[in-house]
Design a protein around this ligand. Structure first.
Ligand code: SF4
Length: 159
């Protein structure tokens, strides 16, 4: 898949998702992704089946108060957290399996800087504050240009 997208530090960045291979999915711990209206509309159509897959505490919270909190980022509502984890986390992302994952998560670790330029989040780059092992370029030898092909293709659809 050849995608034309400029990603500032792509040539030097390294990234390897190790979920299920030592990582328990800590990027979803206290994960509060923002959701676009079209994403919530799609999710709402699948909510009954999604509810059945949630952790008990998350199911109770979403059933009584919904999956969006009053918190906002860039004007968009954020997903709720139950027991310290995103309500949609249950041994992995239950939305991922259904193709309903919010773009904010599907793009990770790509992000945009204040000048609207895409970059790979990396420890020591652009003041990265999230102390995740996978954001440390020293934790892998895998070039981000290889591991992030799908994420870069998705980002290109937003550019
Ligand atoms: S929506 Fe899925 S990928 Fe995003 S934080 Fe929640 S569980 Fe993790």
């Amino acid at each position: 898949m050849d995608v034309e997208l400029t990603v500032l530090n792509l040539s030097s960045a390294r990234f390897e998702c190790t979920f299920g291979r030592g990582c328990e999915g800590i990027c979803c711990r206290n994960g509060r992704p923002m959701m676009y209206p079209e994403e919530t509309a799609r999710l709402d159509g699948h909510l009954p089946e999604v509810l059945e897959t949630l952790r008990p505490a998350a199911k109770a919270l979403v059933s009584s108060q919904g999956y969006l909190s009053r918190r906002r980022k860039a004007g968009l509502p954020l997903v709720r957290v139950a027991e310290g984890w995103c309500v949609f986390f249950h041994q992995g992302c239950v939305l991922h399996q259904r193709g309903l994952k919010p773009a904010a998560c599907a793009l990770f670790p790509l992000s945009k800087d204040e000048h609207d330029n895409w970059y790979v989040r990396q420890k020591g780059y652009k003041g990265e504050i999230w102390d995740l092992p996978c954001l440390d370029p020293d934790s892998s030898t895998l070039p981000a240009g290889q591991s992030l092909v799908r994420e870069i293709a998705l980002a290109a659809t937003f550019s």
